[in-house]
Design a protein. Structure first.
Lengths: 309, 790, 183
């Protein structure tokens, strides 16, 4: 499922415009103010963060919100901190911030690896983690790492905050679990235990493109080399980012050798739900690639896990 | 950058001595003069230009590949604040058709209106235009034009369009074939009867979008008082656009001035006259406001002409030793919705060049140009020659594999021998001069070919799919005997040299090499020479910049004009120095007497005298201005050898290019730095075709590639550094001995890389028959070979 | 080949309908500007049409090509994918602001010397991205340069000389500034 192809199907093909329609612009100074505006204008409003998903769609006039609520003037949404066994990332944290964060490098390198294959350097300078997750593009890279890490999303609305498990976050293509009037405030990642490793591998037509398929893997090994945790997220091979549950089950509680890796990779091909794509390959091809990428990512993640014991 | 150490001069053997090395600017890697403004962001591209009172256009375009226009209602548009006007087809009654090839019965008429009337024939065809105070408002207004369509069945695939009963792109024609020709040379049947092997192939050159970084654009301004239409346009052919606009709009040629501003690339896509050129110019007159339109990238990929789109059937009659006895070729070219001149040029050129560097005595080539419901095709860097090189170089590769020969040996055995030049080909061309064998030898040495093969053997033992591909290419350029190019040289009274050239750059950098040629001829410092171009007011006439022709034609025209200037200045100096004009030398800013070098006069003193009748020898007119329309006696044919090393990931099908070597023979070189730049860029575009580029349509003719998010062009990570050197065989067909380099790399790189990938897959014994070499396609070749080991 | 009657002064109509305008105060190349703009105005059009700084180009409209790259608040950005209103209160550096006292910036100089441009259309975007990249990574390898410029497209040069130029510029910048400042 590719954003632009989808867009053209929604739009029809004749209009080759790349100039956005008119809208009213708000730049609230607080999250509460932003939520009030969102509640006031509801479906007519869109929240602007990094803008790298929203603005292209507005230029194509696929989205034509009457109101744009720019979050960038809201203070305190840009941070990466580690506290009490959790890593907390503010929604406006950019890919660049993630890639250059020592906490990320040390604790969840999968996130940095994933962020560094999103689009290109300029986009990574401004694109935000919260924006990407709220956009819920099935080809979005960050979602698969979030699934692999079993992160939680903290959403804020007029009646307060609620915590949404990553398993419940990806409701549909371009549809997150956020309710009208809610804004994603923070992403909370349980700090992986010692003996953990992660990898995000992306197969793409060209560096920076949307994935043909991509796989994020996070594993933990105990002292005996048995797998105590496995998280696997899949990109661009279903209506949303998917969690490869069968593949995870094939790993947990077992000593991971080549045979087990093969088994998990095979299971991942059963977990995915790809569709044919005229530009990136058939469902069959993508399914096969999920197997190849899962195997390679597992090997990489396991090597890291062993090293970090 | 100094190539003297590595260049091999092969001309002597044929008695053609290369020009001796002399002190001068020609041959030196001088930095470009225009870069100083471009690196500071001070260029003046079409999008940068503004004229007082200017309004902006936006086009309403067909969302259907084929549809009847039932009605157009633009009544809501003028209600929008800021809208100046709207035009639909019915407003363009007095405006003529766009150029198509319809002058004879063989070439079927496909009349093309600037705005579609009754029927639209491709997605993106312009139906109406709106003008507004800014582009945003113009886009708002365009949405308010309501067009009712009745969709018709579209024909998208070119071979489907050939079948009887296929939907017709133009109702009044009996078929979609708009051109057909057969050319047979030698006894083809006999060649096939004598063959030990017949190799058959179906090859596809996919449609490509030229996609220069700057899209198209036009700014038209009509001066009602003087009756002059002034047009700034992204065009490769200012005089051509002037003449066409004059004819279509019913204006005198003297009443149209076309200026090509700085241009951000073109690659053939800015040659033809487009509907927007006509509509915007007409709107400027009709509304008496300057009107500007700049394409969006979506418009560019969907509605600017495409290139390549060609299906090729090849049969080769081959003797057991690898000698090709004959070829049977069928070329099916996808014209798109109209039979434009450029759409027809592509297959015609392929049919002339399809035998490449090889001595093939018997050949039959059949060409079909076929209409489809897609945007028309036109030139794209190479225009017909990359398709020809692909055809023959892929065929050579497949033959070599079938016979178990090295791709080098199959080429050697079939080369036109160096004694055979000038050589007349089955395509009807007469090649100037070449030594293919020497160029190949140089390439083998330069790439350490034997070592590469050893490395390949080692890689294969490790289970890696490494491949080495070779293509030895040639092309026709220096167009041509029927198409002169012009240049004028003026020397001002202060001794400044102003060169006006007919060809003009869209990145090639004409200023510097032209100045190098003229400065050398006049013996002045290059800083004294300035070069102007791209304005119909500069020269009486000029022809287009295309087909790698500028060095050969514009360069020669500038050289010949400078020679005329020199002749006149010699006469003037001879009076000033009281010496014989035939013994004067122009050097270092002086005119010297050869026999007595102390007798000398400054260049600028001679220039000044040229404007003072009393200082002139009798019979000479004052002023120093000389104009030349240079017509070459025949075409020129550069050539070369490219070698690529690739690796295929056998699990994913991904292709990586590891190394790329090229050795080209483009004759004499004016500025080696610029030449190498052309080679780099050309190879990258050829690699783009092989690896990632493809204009895709769905079955109903809807374009699936509409932006750079879908239509991929190469990036910094597509190829490794290219290693390049050259041999030098000057052509006898122009006074500079230059051949042309703009398209060389593009022509060579595509078959080189595909051949390398096919070599990498040799254990699977597959034929690579489509491009781009997408990972999923490569993996399907492996999986379907029946030899996949799991 | 500039024409005689271009007017680079900005002509601007305030729209009466649809949406209200907003005030944008921004410092560009060290100069303070205050303009009333429609919220939908893209930053690139603001820079080009409203400020007359046409060295920042539009190549693709979809944030793929990088021709519109400028530095905003210290980070490189594709200005075709930002609204002008987002720049309010901010600081922008464009290609026109790079040369100082009439001297080319070492990156500009390296592009010229290494023939790293042909048509020159993508060049300002490449130079601005290289400027940001070399601040992050003052001593990059060829591979790192290729990755750092992967968001910029060039259709002419084949990139080889661009990579070479950025390498050369990095060396000159390091020679000039012995103390290396990251970020």
């Amino acid at each position: 499922m590719e954003t632009f192809i989808l867009v053209f199907k929604v739009l029809g093909f004749g209009d080759l415009c790349l100039y956005p329609a008119s809208f009213e612009y708000y730049a609230p100074a607080s999250l509460d103010e932003a939520i009030d505006l969102l509640n006031k204008h509801r479906e007519e409003a869109r929240v602007l963060a990094g803008g790298h998903s929203l603005i292209p769609m507005m230029k194509l006039r696929v989205l034509r919100p009457a109101y744009v609520i720019d979050l960038n003037r809201v203070k305190g949404l840009k941070y990466i901190e580690e506290k009490g066994g959790e890593i907390r990332i503010g929604a406006l944290t950019t890919y660049y911030d993630v890639i250059t964060s020592d906490i990320v490098k040390r604790r969840v390198p999968i996130l940095a690896e994933c962020a560094s294959v999103v689009a290109d350097p300029q986009v990574r300078n401004w694109g935000t983690i919260g924006g990407s997750l709220s956009h819920c593009d099935p080809s979005g890279d960050m979602g698969s790492s979030i699934l692999a890490l079993r992160a939680k999303m903290v959403a804020k609305g007029s009646s307060g905050e609620r915590v949404i498990e990553s398993d419940d976050w990806f409701v549909g293509s371009f549809q997150s679990a956020l309710k009208t009037g809610e804004i994603l405030r923070e992403i909370v990642i349980p700090t992986p235990k010692p003996g953990s490793g992660g990898a995000y591998l992306k197969l793409e037509r060209k560096a920076g493109d949307y994935a043909i398929a991509a796989v994020g893997v996070q594993v933990t090994l105990d002292g005996s080399g048995s797998c105590t945790y496995a998280g696997i997220g899949l990109t661009a091979v279903g209506p949303t980012n998917l969690r490869a549950k069968k593949a995870e089950q094939a790993l947990v509680g077992r000593k991971v050798d080549d045979r087990v890796i093969e088994e998990a990779a095979r299971a991942a091909t059963e977990d995915c739900r790809p569709t044919d794509d005229p530009l990136r390959g058939s469902a069959e091809y993508k399914r096969a690639m999920v197997g190849v990428l899962t195997k390679r990512a597992l090997n990489k993640a396991l090597a890291d896990a062993k090293r970090s014991r | 950058m100094d190539m003297s150490a590595t260049s091999v001069v092969v001309g002597e053997r044929r008695g053609v001595k290369p020009k001796p090395e002399k002190e001068g600017f020609v041959g030196k890697p001088l930095k470009r003069v225009e870069d100083l403004k471009l690196v500071r962001g001070l260029g003046g591209f079409i999008g940068d230009l503004k004229v007082e009172g200017m309004v902006y256009a936006a086009f309403v375009r067909s969302p259907h590949a084929h549809a009847r226009i039932v009605g157009v209602d633009s009544s809501d548009v003028l209600r929008l604040d800021g809208v100046i006007g709207v035009l639909t087809a019915k407003d363009l009654g007095g405006v003529g058709n766009l150029p198509t090839v319809d002058e004879d019965a063989e070439k079927k008429p496909t009349p093309r209106r600037p705005l579609a009337v009754d029927v639209t024939r491709y997605v993106g065809e312009a139906v109406a235009v709106v003008l507004a105070k800014d582009r945003y408002t113009a886009e708002d207004a365009a949405e308010l034009v309501r067009v009712d369509y009745e969709p018709l069945e579209a024909v998208v695939d070119v071979e489907e369009a050939l079948k009887p009963g296929s939907p017709l792109v133009h109702d009044h024609l009996k078929s979609n074939v708009c051109y057909h020709s057969v050319n047979t040379v030698g006894d083809v049947e006999d060649a096939f009867a004598k063959a030990d092997h017949v190799v058959s192939l179906r090859l596809v050159n996919q449609r490509l979008a030229p996609a220069p970084l700057e899209t198209r654009g036009i700014l038209a301004s009509y001066d009602r008082g003087n009756g002059e239409l002034k047009v700034w346009a992204t065009t490769q052919d200012p005089h051509g656009l002037r003449d066409t606009l004059a004819s279509i709009l019913g204006l005198p040629q003297s009443g149209v001035r076309v200026i090509a501003p700085d241009m951000g690339g073109a690659f053939g896509s800015k040659i033809s006259v487009y509907p927007e050129d006509v509509v915007v110019s007409y709107a400027a007159i009709r509304f008496n406001r300057p009107v500007k339109w700049v394409e969006t990238r979506r418009e560019n990929i969907v509605t600017t002409t495409h290139g390549r789109g060609q299906v090729q059937y090849v049969e080769a009659a081959v003797r057991a030793d690898g000698r090709i006895l004959g070829l049977r070729v069928k070329i099916i070219s996808d014209s798109g919705a109209y039979n434009t001149p450029g759409a027809l040029d592509n297959p015609t050129l392929t049919a002339q060049m399809f035998t490449g560097e090889y001595d093939i005595k018997a050949a039959r080539v059949e060409v079909y140009s076929v209409l489809t419901n897609k945007v028309p095709q036109d030139a794209y860097r190479g225009a017909g020659r990359p398709e020809a090189a692909y055809l023959i170089e892929r065929t050579m590769n497949v033959i070599a594999r079938k016979l178990g020969m090295d791709p080098i040996d199959i080429r050697r055995i079939n080369y036109i021998p160096r004694e055979a030049f000038p050589y007349t080909t089955p395509g009807g061309l007469t090649y100037d001069l070449a030594d293919y064998e020497a160029n190949l030898e140089r390439a083998l040495e330069f790439s350490a070919y034997t070592r590469l093969r050893r490395e390949q053997g080692e890689a294969r033992r490790q289970g890696r799919l490494m491949g080495i591909g070779v293509a030895t290419w040639t092309e026709i350029c220096g167009f041509g005997p029927g198409l002169p190019q012009t240049a004028a040289v003026t020397v001002t009274p202060a001794g400044e040299v102003m060169v006006s050239i007919g060809g003009h750059p869209h990145g090639q950098g004409h200023h510097t090499p032209i100045a190098q040629i003229v400065a050398d001829e006049l013996g002045v410092d290059i800083g004294r020479v300035s070069v102007r171009h791209g304005d119909t007011a500069l020269l009486p006439w000029s022809s287009l910049t295309a087909g790698s022709r500028s060095a050969a034609l514009t360069g020669s025209a500038a050289l010949l004009s400078a020679r005329k200037i020199k002749r006149k200045m010699s006469l003037i100096a001879s009076k000033l120095l009281d010496s014989d004009s035939s013994e004067l030398v122009f050097s270092d800013g002086f005119v010297y007497s050869k026999s007595n070098p102390s007798r000398k006069v400054r260049f600028e003193e001679v220039a000044d005298a040229a404007y003072k009748p009393w200082k002139l020898p009798e019979g000479l007119e004052p002023t120093l201005y000389e104009y030349t329309a240079y017509t070459p006696p025949d075409y020129v044919f550069p050539y070369g050898t490219h070698i690529a090393v690739v690796e295929v990931d056998r699990d994913t099908g991904e292709v990586e290019v590891l190394k790329y070597f090229a050795v080209d023979d483009i004759g004499r070189v004016i500025n080696p730095m610029l030449v190498e730049g052309q080679v780099h860029g050309g190879i990258m575009q050829g690699a783009g075709q092989a690896l990632i580029e493809e204009v895709a349509y769905d079955g109903g003719g809807q374009p699936l590639t509409q932006s750079f998010a879908e239509y991929l062009i190469p990036s910094t990570q597509t190829l490794p550094n290219i290693e390049w050197t050259r041999t030098e065989t000057p052509t006898p067909r122009n006074p500079l001995g230059v051949k042309g380099v703009g398209e060389a790399g593009t022509i060579a790189a595509t078959p080189t890389i595909v051949n390398a990938v096919e070599d990498a897959l040799s254990e699977y014994n597959v034929v690579v028959d489509r491009m781009p070499l997408r990972a999923d396609y490569i993996l399907s070749l492996i999986n379907n070979s029946g030899k996949r080991q799991n | 080949m500039q024409s005689d009657n271009f007017n680079f002064e900005c002509e601007y109509w305030v729209r009466g309908s649809m949406s209200s305008t907003r005030t944008v105060r921004v410092r560009v190349n060290g100069v303070e500007y205050t303009k009333e703009v429609e919220p939908r105005l893209l930053l690139v059009d603001f820079i080009r049409d409203h400020l007359g700084l046409t060295g920042t180009h539009i190549g693709c409209d979809t944030s793929n090509c990088g021709a519109c790259t400028v530095i905003m608040n210290g980070r490189s950005v594709k200005s075709c994918t930002k609204f002008a209103v987002e720049a309010d209160g901010g600081e922008i550096l464009t290609i026109e602001g790079l040369a100082s006292d009439g001297n080319l910036h070492p990156i500009q100089k390296a592009f010229w010397e290494n023939h790293a441009l042909q048509c020159g259309y993508c060049t300002p975007g490449f130079i601005m991205q290289a400027y940001w990249f070399l601040k992050q990574n003052p001593a990059p390898t060829e591979e790192e340069i290729r990755a750092g410029l992967s968001g910029n497209l060039c259709r002419c040069t084949g990139y080889q000389n661009i990579i070479k130029a950025v390498k050369a510029a990095s060396e000159e910048l390091r020679a000039k500034a012995p103390t290396i400042n990251g970020g």
